[in-house]
Design a protein around this ligand. Structure first.
Ligand SMILES: Nc1ncnc2c1ncn2[C@@H]1O[C@H](COP(=O)(O)OP(=O)(O)O)[C@@H](O)[C@H]1O
Ligand SMILES: [Mg+2]
Length: 400
């Protein structure tokens, strides 16, 4: 049995980790929350680690004031008195990047003082929140912590709104490459090690960055920088091992990836790349969610019949849907006909869009054995409460 054969419903029921990924704005956070809800309703103790819930979703989840600690959500698990079903639990938390990074430093520093020297360092405080890939890496790091703490049946991880959905796969490696300091520490260390101080490095005009940094805030900044790299020097190995552990956790068959996309060509292409990449990395895809797709409308009446009806109702010269002016309103029927023609035309448009979206999906994601593609329709209004999430959850798991 291939690792992907179970699909999303199987992942909701059996996986230990579900990573929800995809292009920006396609519905990752919403999908992660819906998956969490589905799993909790299926009786599992579930934690959703979210990154950037839309305000109203955060409100609905009670996440507004939340930070780094899991909070249990009030979850309607059925009528009082029960149906004999085991009640699951839904917990949620928002990633606090800085706190996670600080803990990582504390874990790997040689002692509390060394850790404090780094975490209070200004370079660290700036870099740790702005470095590209940091958020992705910290999400994975936090996931690993929660996994080690134990007690969770399922950990659902939302991924950050990255430039590219592929970024988070590279993040652990990129992170360690940076921390190994290939670039900067090589420039700094020789001078420091020889006790010649950073002045020499500046004098040598080591890099444009150094020169700019030196100009902008002077020696203080450079001292911070030196201290930053001194502090990290002993921790590269720990970080590297940690990144390897995170990748190992993600590679387990109990860890599954759900790729979310909208039915537009660009996100679809990104979904395709992502699936290929997961496969290359030996990671397990549970399936693809095509979110906000137009529902398929009945093919009756046929397109031709629809066009005939529109033409009959709104003869040329009187555009359908145009507001009849007050003077010409004597004929109430004509106005009504135009409105009906407009509605029928809209129906034709929606049907065409729905068909095009399905063609695009089929072209971008050709059927492959074991790859589940689940459609989630565009719902009216935002998805910001348990009811809306429940509707998506049922779609995802194939429930009624
Ligand atoms: N199926 C859907 N129907 C209607 N609105 C949706 C649907 N899925 C997501 N949304 C809305 O789209 C917006 C973006 O979704 P979100 O999950 O935050 O995307 P991402 O996390 O990928 O950036 C949110 O306002 C959300 O409520
Ligand atoms: Mg999001």
């Amino acid at each position: 049995m291939s690792a992907t054969s179970g699909g999303i419903a199987d992942a909701v029921a059996h996986a230990h980790v579900i990573v929800v990924t995809g292009a920006g704005g396609v519905g990752k956070t919403t999908t992660a929350a819906a998956i969490g809800l589905a799993a909790a309703r299926a009786g599992r103790r579930t934690l959703v680690l979210t990154i950037d819930p839309a305000r109203r979703l955060a409100q609905a989840l009670g996440l507004e004031a939340l930070g780094d600690t899991p909070t249990r959500l009030a979850l309607d698990v059925g009528p009082a008195g029960g149906t004999g079903r085991v009640a699951g639990e839904l917990w949620a938390m928002m990633l606090d990047m800085q706190t996670t990074f600080d803990r990582l430093v504390e874990r790997h520093a040689s002692g509390p003082e060394a850790a404090a020297a780094i975490t209070s360092n200004r370079i660290y405080r700036t870099l740790s929140s702005t470095l590209s890939g940091t958020q992705e890496y910290m999400a994975m790091e936090r996931l690993h912590e929660l996994h080690e703490e134990g007690g969770w049946d399922l950990l659902v991880v939302d991924t950050p709104p990255t430039r590219s959905a592929l970024d988070f796969l590279d993040a652990p490696r990129r992170m360690t490459t940076f921390l190994e300091g290939r670039l900067l520490s090589l420039l700094l260390r020789p001078g420091l090690a020889a006790g010649r101080g950073i002045g020499r490095v500046v004098g040598a005009g080591a890099t444009a960055f150094m020169r700019v940094a030196g100009k902008v805030t002077g020696m203080e900044l450079l001292e911070d920088l030196a201290e930053f790299f001194r502090g990290f020097e002993g921790m590269y190995d720990g970080f590297k091992r940690r990144a390897e552990q995170v990748l190992a956790l993600l590679s387990r068959p109990e860890s599954r990836f759900v790729v979310v996309t909208s039915p537009e060509p660009l996100p679809l292409r990104e979904a395709r790349f992502l699936l290929d990449r997961l496969e290359q990395e030996g990671l397990h895809a549970a399936g693809v969610v095509v979110n906000r797709i137009r529902p398929e409308l009945p093919r009756d009446p046929s397109d031709a019949a629809l066009e005939r009806a529109v033409a009959a109702l709104a003869p040329a010269g009187r555009p359908a849907g145009a507001e009849p002016d007050a003077a010409g309103d004597a004929d109430g029927h004509a106005a009504e006909d135009a409105a009906v023609a407009g509605a029928l035309r809209l129906l034709g448009d929606v049907r065409r869009v729905a068909a095009r979206q399905r063609r695009d999906v089929a072209a971008a994601l050709p059927a492959r054995q074991g790859r589940a593609v689940v459609e989630v329709p565009l719902l009216g209004g935002d998805v910001h409460d348990l009811e809306g999430l429940g509707a998506i959850a049922r779609r995802l798991t194939g429930g009624a």
